[in-house]
Design a protein around this ligand. Structure first.
Ligand code: 5AD
Length: 370
């Protein structure tokens, strides 16, 4: 590690040693330089506007048993729910009226035909019902419903969804195996990311930061993976233990500030290395710090996902502890987000799907409504 942080920041291409140095720089002045560079690239590549995706967590039924996740199938304490199509549609209409431009439909994982048909049908209905003068092609729909077959992904795409989030969680095969049961493999996850691309989706992925046993070298590999994998969106957040999961008892104990600071640094370094991608400032940041999402935006993120899940079921979708915004109405979340974004001198993008410049640069879509 011979280069100073200032020298590394001058570069336009970064190798693993550079990325490790950026992720592990401790001196406050180096931290500030990294943050400033990320911010400059953000403004240059994406502009100051923040795109909102209304987040609707429509079901917590899950066939998986991820060792970190609060809604894993063998957690008996979870009250399971599934929103009706009408409930989902009213949440979508709220998002369209609130000016969000896009919606993220997220759920626990299921691969049975009734589930697939429900998602397909709900996406088509949302697309149909949200067309307006402001949104001539309806709400942008992002799906986050896990590992599916390529054929299923094609059905979802044909129904009108155009972005898909599937986190790789970690690109370290050993760490992936340690945090999942044997039935879930990193190979399948990678194959799914390929299937999503072939099905036509703009693909988002991401990792958890601060997992027990995770090193900065692992995180540097994750960033190299985002860059080489032609990823359009990155959604990452700190790992936060949930006390009803097997991983909650693992040592070393969770250190909140460390996980939080590392998550912010990851956002900045991803912005510096991947440049024109969309990066989300995720809810998990706000679970650790009240102004966590604003700090994520300042660190280099340009996407935020305001809660639009009906308030009555939000507390049943607890992936980790300390999830914020459990009791507010979707309308209150809208005003709160707007005020938070204004407080840091940024603004909400007016309508538009907010596809990443990375995607548009590659000419994969004619033009967006932005
Ligand atoms: N801490 C942080 N993130 C978590 N997720 C699941 N459980 C946790 C946890 N305990 C994240 C995973 C998953 C996404 C939907 O939520 O990265 O892909």
């Amino acid at each position: 590690m011979n280069n100073s942080i200032a020298e590394i920041l001058q570069k336009s291409a970064f190798d693993k040693t550079d990325i490790v140095a950026l992720l592990s720089a401790k001196a406050p002045e180096d931290g500030n330089k990294i943050k400033r560079r990320a911010h400059d690239i953000l403004i240059d590549q994406c502009g100051p506007a923040v795109h909102c995706r209304g987040l609707v967590e429509f079901s917590n039924h899950c066939v998986n048993d991820c060792r970190y996740c609060g809604i894993r199938k063998s957690n008996p304490a979870v009250h399971r729910y599934f929103l009706s199509k009408d409930e989902l549609l009213s949440a979508a209409l709220f998002c369209a009226e609130a000016g969000y431009g896009s919606i993220v439909l997220q759920s626990g994982e299921r691969r049975d035909e009734p589930f697939i048909a429900f998602v397909e049908d709900a996406v088509a209905a949302i697309k149909r019902e949200t067309v307006s003068a402001r949104l001539p092609r309806g709400l942008g729909v992002t799906l986050c419903v896990g590992e599916q077959t390529e054929e299923t992904y094609k059905r979802f795409f044909a129904a009108g969804a155009h972005r898909y989030l599937l986190r790789i969680e970690t690109t370290s095969p050993a760490l992936f195996a340690a945090i999942h049961p044997a039935s879930q493999t990193i190979t399948t996850r990678m194959e799914c990311l390929g299937s999503l691309k072939r099905a036509g989706f703009q693909v988002g992925t991401g990792v958890m930061i601060g997992l027990p046993g995770q090193t900065v070298e692992d995180l540097a590999d994750d960033i190299l993976f985002f860059r080489s994998g032609d990823i359009d969106m990155i959604g990452m957040g700190p790992y936060i233990p949930h006390n009803q999961t097997p991983m909650a008892s693992i040592e070393p104990a969770f250190v909140k500030n460390k996980a939080f600071e590392l998550a912010l640094r990851m956002i900045s370094v991803c912005r510096i290395v991947c440049r024109d991608v969309n990066i989300a400032s995720t809810t998990a940041l706000q679970a650790l710090e009240p102004d966590g999402r604003e700090l994520g935006l300042e660190a280099g993120a340009n996407i935020i996902m305001p809660q639009a899940t009906p308030a009555g079921v939000r507390r049943h979708y607890l992936l980790y502890e300390g999830k914020p915004c459990l009791d507010e109405s979707a309308g209150q979340c809208r005003s709160c987000i707007e005020q938070r974004i204004k407080s840091i001198g940024r603004e909400i993008a007016a309508d538009g799907w907010g596809d990443s410049r990375h995607f548009r640069n590659w000419g994969k879509i004619a033009s967006t409504t932005i």
